[in-house]
Design a protein around this ligand. Sequence first.
Ligand code: KG4
Ligand code: ZN
Length: 393
Amino acid sequence: MKILAIETSCDDTAISIIDAKGDINKPKFKILAQNISSQIDIHQKWGGVVPSLAKREHGKNLIPLLIKSLQEAKLYKPQKGNLEINFDSKKIDKILEREENLKEDFYQTIKKIKTPKIDFIAVTEGPGLEPALWVGINLARALSYLWNIPIITVNHLEGHILSAVANNDNNKISFPLIALIASGGHTELVLSNNWLKYKIIGRTRDDAVGEAFDKVARILGLPYPGGPEISKLADYLKTSKSSADDLEIKLPRPMINSNDFDFSFSGLKTAVLYLVRRLETEGKINKLVKAKIANEFQQASIDVLISKTFKAVSKYKTKTLVVGGGVIANLELRKQLQEKADNWPEKLNLLIPEKFLSTDNATMIAVVAYFHSFKKKNIKTKKITAQGNLSLK
Ligand code: KG4
Ligand code: ZN
């Protein structure tokens, strides 16, 4: 089964095509194409993602990414001569009425290629920025109409949960499982007792952990997105020769001992803000001190994430732990998660997505759609709407 997936929930425009086969308990995935167009340069000036700009950029990026992906997957076949696919352009006009950039590209390119051999079109319906989500959804609708291919709608968070499964060595899932989602918009602990069924057992009460990385980076004068920058700066400590500095940096681990599975990262970010302000007035801020702060902030976040996650593993006696989301790209977090799992007293299968599958991508959306195709879940024939606040069920 070939699945084309479209993901536009935030500031990455992403298209993937996968070949999926096998039973729901033993799936096999082959990534035929994974393309992402990052909008970092555009949003960087504003220190965060601007929804209207994200929408505009998705409109510009989608068709070129689609063509590139079809070519890589060897599914791109131009119509012979000047022939064009016949279709009711009024219908497409209606579907793409709010997608000016996309519509032009769509008419220029798509009707000149043959219908590709694709079984499903998967698209993210939420959560995320609604103007951004709509662009992907409307492209999916237009392609579905033109090519007569059914759409499967996907929850972005379910994508992060199942992203590790896209890697074939990594697809042995047993239930119950605990999933940790750590991204720019979400920090959630999820319990699952069966395929595609979720119960949120804990979540952040304020900022998401990725959001805290982004905000702390800003406080330290680093560009957006902050996650990779913080970890790079923390690494500077390892290489720095300077040892003349005995300044000890200590930050809190919010809610680490609370009797639930919730998180809080806003206080940690504020602690960094006050610390930096104080050190600035004392004239003690330099690159080494900033690196110490970055390192301590990173470790405080890791300590809280790992502590709560393994508390959940222990309470629900799960044999599988899956993690996903942009923050899981953090090498130190990956290392410490693995160490903790290796030393866990019970047998525990930890599934970590490869780095390129941790941050936003469309492969994870295609993978979820494959699972849904077994259950005939979310196969849409009627209206699809962007759902900014969609949660897991
Ligand atoms: O999953 P994602 O790509 O988008 C959302 O769904 O939010 O996550 C993006 C978040 C950003 O906050 C970014 O700073 C963070 O993931 N991130 C990292 C790293 N790479 C990305 N955080 C910590 N360490 C990293 N290496
Ligand atoms: Zn995400």
